[in-house]
Write a protein that binds this ligand. Structure first.
Ligand code: SAH
Ligand code: SF4
Length: 346
């Protein structure tokens, strides 16, 4: 899978006119060709040439968990025998917004993750490799094919740290948002990060009006250090400096993701500090009761404690949603399904 400019360059190398690029992009993104053979308006020699080098379908569907009306999780096999997960969440008004006819897809950006947050299944087995732009974009194409639904909202909240795969992320975003590509508007795309400061500043420079979510999970260094090793490199103060830079470039409100873990970060005192932090960058907060991960000891607070935490924020004037989780029963926390598959326990 290639971008428009990559294709134009490649076709020039093959002595082909540039209008072929439009034809090919049309086959890939509009007609959803599964093989180069289908592109009958291209010369056969060109098709054969490209087919050897650029597989159109780098992912193979292995398994679906969940039912048509609920969250569906697709386990996908990559060319090298590894697995990633993509989660399709049907109409979910509580997630990032107003519309209720949205189909949100949660995509992975890496195999595993190097950041090792202590509550997260994706980090449990370490980092394997980055996904290519084609592997990122193919998740959307495949999810649409498997579900028969158009993905109209996208979150980079699957496996991996998207900002640690910055180059491929940017190429994927170009394919996803362009008129010649999947044509999903920047405002319908949320990139989530554990807080890579330099990359947040770089992301702010992109032309697309994408949304930013920060996996904060601790309102101060003391709390965040306990569960997110990345905080030692980019402490809370520096992170919020980068978020102010983001705000100076983009209009969309930042979302602070906050997992509630009993005895770690879920006391009313934490909520008070969080409220101040959120107010300082005009962010909204998304509270997520911790989702049990096999092999990890953390537990979620009671529903009452979660609501109390939310109330502290609301009373401080911060818009805070408490996510009534979907997909809790299908290993929906990122990385869980793939870990089971790779360990042979699925
Ligand atoms: N690496 C990026 C993108 C992955 S997003 C990031 O961390 O932002 C995955 C989201 O799910 C993050 O907000 C992460 O903190 C959250 N998450 C991870 N493990 C979880 C668990 N066990 N329960 C609930 N949320 C979890
Ligand atoms: Fe990686 Fe994000 Fe999981 Fe942390 S929360 S280990 S950064 S995927």
């Amino acid at each position: 899978m290639l971008t428009q400019s990559q294709l134009v360059e490649l076709l020039a190398d093959h002595g082909q006119p540039s209008y072929r690029a439009t034809q090919i992009l049309d086959w890939i993104f509009k007609k959803r060709a599964k093989s180069w053979d289908e592109m009958t308006n291209l010369p056969e020699s060109l098709r054969e040439d490209l087919a050897g080098k650029y597989p159109l379908r780098p992912l193979k569907h292995t398994l679906t968990k969940g039912s048509k009306d609920t969250t569906r999780k697709f386990l996908l096999e990559l060319g090298d025998g590894r697995y990633i997960e993509t989660v399709l969440i049907p109409a979910s008004p509580a997630l990032y917004g107003e519309r209720s006819d949205r189909h949100t897809l949660c995509v992975s950006s890496q195999i595993g993750c190097a950041y090792g947050c202590k509550f997260c299944a994706s980090g449990l087995d370490g980092f394997t490799r980055n996904l290519s732009a084609a592997e990122i974009v193919s998740q959307i194409i495949l999810a649409e094919e498997l579900s028969g639904e158009k993905v109209n909202n996208l979150v980079f909240m699957g496996m991996g740290e998207p900002l640690a795969n910055f180059k491929n992320l940017c190429v994927a975003l170009e394919m996803i948002t362009s008129d010649w590509g999947l044509k999903i508007g920047g405002r319908r795309i949320t990139v989530s990060t554990s807080g890579l400061v330099p990359q947040i500043k770089n992301l702010a420079e992109l032309p697309q009006q994408i949304r930013l979510a920060i996996s904060l999970h601790g309102p101060d260094d003391e709390t965040r250090d306990k569960i997110m090793p990345v905080n030692r490199k980019f402490p809370v103060g520096e992170l919020f400096g980068a978020l102010r830079v983001w705000n100076s470039k983009k209009n969309q409100k930042i979302t602070l993701e906050y997992i509630l873990i009993d005895g770690i970060n879920a006391d009313p005192e934490h909520a008070m500090i969080l409220a101040k932090r959120a107010a300082s960058i005009k962010a909204k907060v998304n509270l997520i009761p911790y989702n049990k991960v096999e092999g990890l000891e953390w537990v979620r607070p009671s529903d009452t404690a979660c609501r109390k935490f939310q109330n502290v924020l609301t009373q401080a004037g911060i818009s805070a949603t408490l996510r009534l989780e979907k997909g809790h029963d299908i290993d929906a926390a990122c990385g869980q399904l793939r870990l089971k598959k790779e360990k042979g326990t699925l």
